[in-house]
Design a protein around this ligand. Structure first.
Ligand code: NAG
Ligand code: NAG
Length: 329
């Protein structure tokens, strides 16, 4: 069991190192770039907009680089709109060009099978069949001003999973805490303070090749939660058991689809599955002894509230959880 935890932590550590870029993107510059030069464009709307235009995917400065996207106005986003003048920048980040295990080779030097399970790599999109033009997959949401892989490993969809673990907020007597104005009970969720932006986020990550999304959800969560704990191996083992049990329940699927992400390009984009695992009675993972976090990298129980500034699309996910569970927002 301890071995298992060690392996888990180790493999996740490797995964995080590999994923370090693909998932928690932003370096300090990115955050700044996104929050200053492009605040009006990038910070205003929700990132999950299946039927709306992607916005972050058109942020002027590509994350972690000096690459400027070819500007794409709203009325030119859709591929169906003819636009002969469109001249996107070709950008694949140096780290991806080094072709680590999580990155595909260049198109031409391999022939991926798009829209299907390609060996252990799932190149199917959650949003349906995407088009492939000149051997390159086309972003289902439309133009981004950049071609190539950017910071992403896969041509086509790059699959992530976001586990949202919640409990009811309780007072010292164990009663549910009711919000003064809304008169609705308060939820809390497990959140990690990002090292780059300092924003609270759901501890998600990339789905490994051949890995079931259900396992990714559990793996990402376990690793973040366990790594943050000052606990003995015996305690960790007990905690892991509880986590496994909770994640073994089916969970509430909150979102499945395209993510409007600043790393997206015309040929590579983020997709995610967000699932809520809720400890209704308070006797499952509610007692996870997470630190009251203020330091970056810390994992904590955070009150769910619409006023809480959250990373990207996570606010939208929580809103769905709240509505379903009739909690305060
Ligand atoms: C884009 O750049 C890469 C090198 O970064 C090159 O191998 C590739 O052929 C270029 N693609 C196009 C369409 O120009
Ligand atoms: C998880 O579920 C499977 C079957 O659905 C069961 O065999 C297994 O024992 C469960 N594990 C835990 C830790 O509850």
């Amino acid at each position: 069991m301890i071995n298992r935890i060690n392996n888990l932590v180790k493999s996740v550590h490797i995964a995080l190192t590999l994923i370090g870029l693909p998932y928690p993107v932003c370096s300090l510059e990115t955050c700044k770039a996104i929050s200053s030069s492009a605040r009006s464009l990038c910070a205003t709307s929700s990132t999950i907009m299946p039927s709306l235009l992607h916005v972050k995917a058109r942020c002027p400065l590509y994350p972690g680089s000096d690459t400027r996207r070819f500007p794409v106005p709203d009325d030119k986003v859709k591929w169906e709109t003819e636009w002969p003048e469109y001249s996107p920048v070709n950008y694949t980040a140096p780290i991806v060009l080094k072709r680590p295990v999580w990155a595909d080779p260049d198109i031409g030097s391999f022939t991926p099978r798009f829209n299907s399970l390609d060996g252990s790599v799932d190149r199917r999109s959650h949003v349906g069949e995407y088009r492939v033009k000149n051997g390159r997959p086309l972003n289902p949401q439309g133009r981004t001003g950049v071609i190539g892989q950017g910071l992403l490993g896969r041509w086509g969809p790059n699959h992530a999973a976001d586990p949202i673990v919640t409990r009811w907020k309780r007072d010292s007597a164990g009663r549910r805490v009711i919000h003064a104005t809304s008169k609705l009970p308060l939820l809390q969720f497990v959140s990690i303070k990002r090292k780059d932006c300092g924003e609270w986020a759901i501890p998600g990550g990339m789905v490994d090749p051949g890995e079931l999304v259900s396992l990714t959800l559990q793996r990402e969560f376990s690793e973040e939660a366990l790594n943050s704990l000052e606990a003995s191996p015996q305690e960790k083992e007990k905690i892991l058991e509880r986590i496994t049990k909770l994640f073994n329940s089916s969970g509430l699927q909150v979102y499945k689809g395209y993510v409007d992400d600043p790393r997206n390009t015309d040929n590579s984009w983020m997709e995610t599955v967000a699932v809520n695992f809720h400890d209704e009675t308070g006797n499952s993972v509610s007692e996870l002894p997470l630190q009251a976090g203020d330091d970056a990298g810390q994992v904590s129980w955070i009150d769910v509230d619409s006023a809480q500034p959250l990373y990207a699309s996570h606010s939208h996910f929580l809103e769905v959880v709240v509505k379903t569970r009739h909690a305060h927002w």
